[in-house]
Ligand binder design. Structure first.
Ligand SMILES: CC1(C)O[C@H]2[C@@H](O1)[C@@]1(COC(C)(C)O1)O[C@@H]2CNc1nc2cc3nc(N)[nH]c(=O)c3cc2[nH]1
Ligand SMILES: [Zn+2]
Length: 373
């Protein structure tokens, strides 16, 4: 049986697709949400807990892992899969975004970025070759091109210059990529919210040719309306037979609207970050468990959830854990939020297969609006 890296589309409903991504580290059903495992850990979760939520693929970060513990050290220890006890596919981001977003002291030039570690101030450099080499050392299943994600809003000419630099870096990233059975590299579409620049970027990347294509440059504060309108002019131009990954997105409503615009893969810190700050996602929207109204609420977080928090504990207990600043609070709530995100994606996928996505979307939005039980 071929272990070639490939995405097989199984159903469509409008622009939405349901499929399977086949990789050297196993298959992943799409649409899929990737828990963020930035520094080789999905914060507050064991990997058994991550597996129990139904997650198929997790995300790692070149920037964080190159600084600590160091990519060569992870390689010496058998690669990121062994290091973090995850045998499924791992996608690693290429580092440019993290350098910019972590505000590390940095100097950008046409070949790459020189920066100081936010951890100890040590000097480092990332460019297409170095980023790709690091992702190889980590044994990432999916390697991301090294790119620049410009802050928005920005003048169209600045967005154009940044995008064209990222396209040059995409070509260099592709040259640096070592092809292996079941491994893939994704190009990253840039171009801000400018339709013509997005189109130019898609063409530049498909001319190079990648195993998948990400939509970058969004989820940087532009808001859902601008994000959706940019997807509307971008996904239809992207290859139909390759996976489409929207980086850094998003809320449950973002995921639903993006799947309906043809996106297959997502990652976002929201469910894990929310899990650490007492924000619970449920079928009825989100609630803050620090709120006094939960002090005597003996119900589970959600009646539809099979996670440990919902099957073994009450809202009152979670309220207590957060009020008492107990470590178990973030652990249980991160588990629940990731379980909710995976259940949401499974339900959306099932609706695409049944051809009932519009009705399912209406149901989801009505439930989110209905407010807590
Ligand atoms: C800095 C941190 C942790 O990354 C998250 C999170 O904050 C935050 C802050 O506000 C929310 C929206 C909640 O997500 O924004 C990040 C999520 N948005 C996002 N991630 C991206 C990653 C990317 N990687 C590459 N290589 N290229 C890109 O163009 C790119 C664009 C991206 N957009
Ligand atoms: Zn739960």
């Amino acid at each position: 049986m071929s272990s070639t890296f490939r995405w097989i589309c199984e159903s469509t409903d409008g622009l939405a697709r349901a499929g399977t991504l086949h990789t050297a580290h196993g298959p992943v059903q799409t649409p899929t949400f990737m828990p963020v495992g930035t520094a080789g850990t999905v914060k507050a979760m064991t990997m058994d807990a991550v597996r129990s939520t139904g997650a198929g693929i997790v995300l790692g970060n070149t920037y964080h892992l190159m600084l600590r513990p160091g990519a060569e050290r992870v390689k010496q220890l058998g690669g990121l899969h062994k290091f973090m006890d995850w045998s499924g596919p791992i996608l690693t981001d290429s580092g440019g975004f993290q350098v910019m977003s972590l505000g590390a002291l940095r100097k950008l030039d046409q070949d790459g970025v020189t920066f100081q570690s936010h951890i100890d101030g040590s000097k480092h450099r990332l460019d297409p070759q170095r980023s790709t080499d690091i992702q190889h050392a980590l044994d990432a299943t999916i390697t991301m091109c090294f790119d620049e994600c410009p802050a928005l809003p920005a003048a169209p000419e600045a967005i154009a210059a940044s995008m064209r630099m990222s396209m040059r870096w995409a070509a260099r990233s592709r040259e640096a990529f070592i092809q292996r059975e079941g491994y893939g590299q994704f190009g990253i579409v840039q171009g801000g919210t400018e339709p013509e620049l997005r189109a130019e970027s898609v063409k530049a990347l498909t001319d190079i040719g990648f195993e998948g294509y990400a939509i970058g440059g969004l989820a940087v504060g532009e808001g859902q309306e601008l994000m959706f309108s940019t997807l509307d002019v971008t996904t239809p131009l992207m290859p139909n037979d390759k996976p489409r990954y929207l980086m850094g997105v998003g809320t449950p409503d973002d995921l639903l609207g993006s799947v309906m615009r043809g996106v297959d893969m997502f990652d976002c810190v929201m469910p894990t970050r929310a899990g650490r700050t007492a924000r619970a996602y449920t079928e009825r929207g989100h609630i803050n468990l620090r709120n006094a109204r939960f002090a005597l609420d003996a119900r589970p977080l959600s009646p539809h959830c099979d996670c440990l928090a919902c099957t073994r504990h009450s809202r009152a207990y979670l309220h207590h854990l957060f009020r008492a600043d107990e470590i178990l609070g973030p652990m249980l709530l991160t588990w629940h939020n990731l379980a909710y995100y995976q259940r949401l994606m499974r339900g959306i996928r099932a609706a695409i297969v049944d051809g009932t996505l519009s009705a399912h979307a209406e149901h989801l939005r009505a439930e989110w609006q209905a407010g807590d039980w």
